[in-house]
Design a protein around this ligand. Structure first.
Ligand code: SF4
Length: 240
């Protein structure tokens, strides 16, 4: 998968207990801490990008819809055959829903996803002249494309920083790093958009998704290999 490699396996080190990590108290301290976090993410994942294989915005939209409640690896196994069978947006718009559901069965939630894919193809053909729209407002009219999906497509396919992708990894890591106090993805995204410079929004999402998959994992985060350990006062740091 492109962009998933770390520059090097981070060295193991003793873990700093949360209570011994100073919390930033002023705006200047918060800014300095954020800059250190971003620098470490740059060092870990300098080339981070979307792990979903795609050749254009339409394929990325399809892959992102399929990735709901499914791993990117599984989606990447399904999409090559899918795009061979349905070569154009029109092909998918005219697909039999039962047949399409069967084609994408292994990604889970295949009835909903097949309905969304056919609906998305029809909407893009009818309303957008067969081109995946390039604005958040328009993308949100496409079946299956909520804000997270729209951010993936706009950021990765078009390089448009419309917002920040908040998936389960970005949600968890942002909370652990105290970049947000919220648990609702929409509110987390607002907090991150206020905190991060806009030219970091796209890269930050990709970096944190990889960081959350490889190091700051949900259960027993690998704090002993995490370069952010000296900055992290998360309550659920793993001391093992
Ligand atoms: S792995 Fe996560 S919880 Fe552990 S130190 Fe790093 S950022 Fe904090």
């Amino acid at each position: 998968m492109p962009g998933t490699e770390t520059s090097a396996e981070p060295a193991a080190h003793p873990i700093t207990p949360s209570r011994k990590v100073p919390k930033p108290k002023t705006a200047v301290e918060r800014k300095a801490r954020l800059e250190r976090i971003l620098a470490e993410l740059d060092h870990l994942f300098p080339q981070a990008t979307c792990a979903l294989h795609h050749r254009n915005a339409w394929e990325l939209l399809v892959a992102t819809i399929l990735s709901a409640q499914c791993t990117d690896e599984r989606v990447n196994k399904v999409t090559p055959e899918l795009f061979k069978k349905y070569r154009t947006i029109k092909d998918l718009a005219n697909a039999s829903q039962d047949e399409l559901a069967n084609d994408i069965r292994s990604t889970g939630f295949f009835n909903n996803k097949s309905r969304s894919l056919i609906g998305a193809a029809r909407k893009i053909l009818e309303a957008y002249d067969g081109r995946v729209p390039q604005t958040m407002e328009e993308l949100l009219t496409v079946p299956g494309a909520a804000r997270k999906t729209a951010n993936v497509v706009l950021g990765t396919a078009y390089g448009i920083a419309s917002g920040i992708v908040v998936d389960t990894h970005v949600q968890r890591v942002s909370q652990r790093l105290d970049l947000t106090k919220h648990s609702d993805p929409a509110k987390i995204e607002q907090d991150l958009m206020k905190t991060l410079p806009q030219d970091r929004w796209i890269l930050f999402s990709h970096q944190v998704i990889h960081f959350g998959r490889q190091i700051c994992i949900a259960r027993k985060p690998r704090c002993g290999s995490c370069p952010l350990d000296p900055l992290c006062y998360a309550k659920d740091k793993s001391l093992a």
